[in-house]
Design a protein around this ligand. Structure first.
Ligand code: SAH
Ligand code: SF4
Length: 347
């Protein structure tokens, strides 16, 4: 019977370093391996500068395969949506979002999501399981290899956002370990501030943020400052009310020029009035805030509608009076159902 090996990509630098030491191998193999698999992003086995016994130990004990690309949808605006097949057959999606021949990648952290937000396609399938660190890193590496092959010269993924399937803070340890590998100087060497984790306001994760993942950018899915509306949109607001969520967020130290992003999903006739804008402005004024307005992306069977361009513009104008920086997010990848909140892999 085949023994299921652990994925190499689950190991942080510290994990690998301890493993090398405990097994009596040269500790310098750690940086050599990280350099080989993450900095240079080689997919063939590492054979240079490390001993044969280390190579055979790794081959015997670890699996080096990446999530398999099941399907790829390329949008006319160059957005790419990947459907990955994981080792247990479950599927998960990631999206490459282009800007000037470089890319941001939107990663999934779970298969499905337990939070059941009423506007979210992913939420409709419930939580199937958490992703392992290797499956998070694996989305990034597999997407990078796809770019190298299909858009040579464009294999530059400079930003990472955890805005795909799942609530990243509900799968804290693997997400944290993936961030450690992303920022490691021997790994992909992506700066903390190039990584953004979006949360619906899951307090057990926010409570760990400042000690365990300091420096990473935080985006809060606010969507409404009003209790009843937020309860309807994000059911965990009942358990973790916004006021408490904001207390935790206000406590996170920010670097110079660092902001908290507040995402505001704009839904027709639900949270798009001038009053909604004014209450939101009052709540956020004086904070190191950046507002990201996301017009609702419809999906099959969704009960909400996207507001008209005119309504979106009036909402923004009302909020502008508070002098908080605001961006209305364009909906790249709409044509292949790759925009945020449209990720569902239940079929
Ligand atoms: N679970 C995390 C991160 C994944 S969702 C969170 O909720 O923050 C990423 C973003 O997509 C969130 O701001 C979420 O509210 C938004 N989103 C979900 N469904 C959407 C939809 N149908 N249209 C537009 N944005 C949506
Ligand atoms: Fe989960 Fe985020 Fe979707 Fe809510 S919006 S169900 S937290 S993925």
């Amino acid at each position: 019977m085949d023994v299921i090996k652990e994925s190499f990509y689950n190991l942080t630098f510290e994990n690998l370093h301890s493993l090398m030491r405990e097994n009596g191998f040269n500790e310098s193999a750690t940086s050599i391996l990280f350099n080989h698999y993450y900095k240079k992003k080689n997919s063939d086995p590492c054979s240079k500068d490390i001993s044969l016994s280390t190579i055979s130990y790794l081959n015997k004990n670890f699996d080096f395969t990446l999530p398999e690309i099941d399907t790829v949808h390329e949008s006319s605006d160059k957005t790419v949506k990947f459907l990955f097949k994981l080792k247990d057959g479950k599927k998960v999606e990631s999206v490459l979002i282009p800007f000037h021949n470089k890319y941001s990648i939107c990663l999934s952290s779970q298969v499905g999501c337990a939070m059941k937000c009423s506007f979210c396609f992913t939420g409709t399938q419930g939580l199937k399981r958490n992703l392992e660190t290797s499956e998070i890193i694996g989305q990034f590496l597999a997407a990078w290899h796809w770019l190298k092959l299909n858009r040579p010269g464009e294999e530059k993924i400079l930003n990472i956002v955890f805005m795909g399937q799942g609530e990243p803070l509900h799968n804290f340890d693997p997400v944290k370990a993936a961030c450690e590998i992303f920022v490691s100087q021997y790994g992909t060497s992506i700066g903390h501030q190039k990584i953004t984790i979006s949360t619906s306001g899951y307090i057990p994760g926010l409570a760990r943020w400042k000690d365990e993942i300091p420096g990473v950018n935080l985006a809060l899915s606010l969507h409404s400052p009003m209790e009843e509306k937020r309860n309807e949109l994000i059911p965990i607001n009942r358990k973790y009310p916004l006021a408490e969520v904001l207390d935790y967020i206000d406590d996170i130290p920010l670097a110079k020029k660092q902001f908290i992003t507040y995402e505001y999903l704009l839904i027709d006739n639900l949270n798009d009035s001038i009053e909604d804008a004014m209450v939101t402005g009052e709540l956020l004024k004086g904070k190191r805030a950046y507002i990201n307005i996301i017009p609702f992306n419809p999906f099959p069977g969704s009960k909400y509608k996207r507001p008209s361009e005119k309504k979106i513009a009036s909402f923004k104008t009302a909020l502008d009076t508070f002098k908080i920086p605001i961006l209305v997010r364009s909906t790249k990848g709409d044509d292949v159902l790759a925009a945020c909140g449209q990720l569902n892999t239940s079929d």
